[in-house]
Design a protein around this ligand. Structure first.
Ligand code: LIP
Length: 293
C-alpha cells in the first residue's frame, strides 16, 4: 500500500542531512553561546539558524503543517501537540556536546499526526549516521535494519542516562539517588552520550539495553522514540505505564522486563510538563549571556 507520508519523510531526511552540514561547518568556527533555563542550559546561534532552516523549508512544501521546535518554544511559541501534522524539531540535540566539540550531536525531526509519531529522523552528523523509522516499517541506520539487544537480565546490561541542565539541589539529589540505585542493581555500566536522541539510537542499535531520563523535552525524544519502538524496543513512563512525550519523563528499553526493573529502581519526580502554560514552565531567560567558544 502506498505510504501517504513517503514524500514528507523523504524531505525530512534531506533537510536533516543539510542541517547536519550546517552544524558540522559551525564546528570548524567560533560558536557564540548563550544560556536559557540555567547557566548550563546552553544554546547557540547555530541551534537557532538550523531550526529556522528546517522550519522554512517545511513551510514552503507543506504550508498547513504545524511545528514544535526547541528554540521556537524557548522564544515563546506554544508547545501544544494537536491532531494536525506536526514537525517536532530539535535542531541540535546535544548542544553542550556541540559547544565542546564532543562528537555526539544530532539533528532530530519527529513527525506526528493525530498525536502519533509517524516517522522519526535522527542525524548524528559528526558520525554521518542517519537513523530513521517509519511507523510499522522498521528502523534503520544508513539503510541497515536496527534491532535492540536481546539481553533481558538488567544485571548484564549497560544503561544510559543524563544529568540534564537543572542544578536545583533537590532535583540533583533525586537524579543521583536513581543513578546510585541503577548502578547497584548492579548493571555492567552506566553511560551517557550527552544527547537523549543518541542514547535512544544506541538502544535501538543494540549497544545499550536501556536509557532513562527525567527532564528531557518532547523535541529531544519524539523522533528517537519511534526509532526505538520500530527496532523492537519498549517505551515506558518512569513510574510504569504508557510514556507521555510531553511529561519530560522516559524509559526506552530493549524489553518490558528491563523497563520494569528500572521503574522499580528510579526515584520518580515530575518536572513542569512541556505543554504547561509558559508561566508554569521553569524556563527562565534571565540567564541570557553571550560568550564565544
Ligand atoms: C539535551 C538532551 C539531554 C539532556 C540535556 C539537554 P539539548 O538536549 O538531549 O538528554 O540531559 O539537558 O536537554 O538541549 O542538547 O537539545
Amino acid at each position: 500500500m502506498a505510504d501517504p507520508w513517503e514524500s514528507t519523510m523523504d524531505h525530512a531526511v534531506a533537510i536533516a542531512r543539510k542541517a547536519g552540514e550546517v552544524v558540522c561547518d559551525a564546528l570548524r568556527g567560533d560558536r557564540m553561546v548563550t544560556t536559557k533555563s540555567s547557566a548550563v542550559d546552553l544554546v547557540t546561534q547555530t541551534d537557532q539558524k538550523v531550526e529556522q532552516l528546517i522550519i522554512q523549508s517545511v513551510k514552503e512544501k507543506f504550508p498547513t503543517h504545524r511545528f514544535i521546535g526547541e528554540e521556537s518554544v524557548a522564544a515563546g511559541e506554544s508547545c501544544i501537540l494537536s491532531d494536525s501534522p506536526t514537525w517536532i524539531i530539535d535542531p541540535i540535540d546535544g548542544t553542550t556536546n556541540f559547544v565542546h566539540a564532543f562528537p555526539f550531536v544530532a539533528v532530530c525531526i519527529g513527525f506526528a499526526v493525530n498525536k502519533q509519531v509517524e516517522f522519526g529522523v535522527v542525524y548524528s552528523c559528526i558520525e554521518d549516521k542517519m537513523f530513521t523509522a517509519r511507523r510499522g516499517r522498521g528502523a534503520f541506520c544508513n539503510g541497515e535494519p536496527l534491532q535492540v539487544s536481546q539481553q533481558k537480565a538488567v544485571e548484564q546490561a549497560i544503561v544510559a542516562t543524563e544529568f540534564g541542565s537543572d542544578r536545583d539541589p533537590e532535583v540533583v539529589d533525586k537524579i543521583f539517588q536513581s543513578l546510585r540505585n541503577v548502578l547497584c542493581l548492579p548493571v555492567h555500566g552506566v553511560r551517557g552520550a550527552g544527547s537523549a536522541a543518541m542514547n535512544m539510537c544506541l538502544v535501538a542499535s543494540g549497544c545499550v539495553e536501556a536509557y532513562y531520563e527525567i527532564g528531557v523535552h518532547v523535541w529531544d525524544v519524539a523522533a528517537a522514540s519511534l526509532i526505538v519502538s520500530e527496532a523492537g524496543g519498549v517505551l515506558m513512563d518512569v513510574e510504569g505505564g504508557e510514556v507521555d512525550l510531553m511529561s519530560r519523563r522516559i524509559i526506552a528499553a530493549n524489553s518490558k522486563t528491563v523497563a520494569e526493573r528500572l521503574v522499580k529502581t528510579i526515584v520518580a519526580f515530575s518536572p513542569p510538563r512541556d505543554d504547561a502554560a509558559p508561566s508554569d514552565r521553569c524556563e527562565d531567560s534571565t540567564h541570557l549571556s553571550a560568550r564565544k567558544v
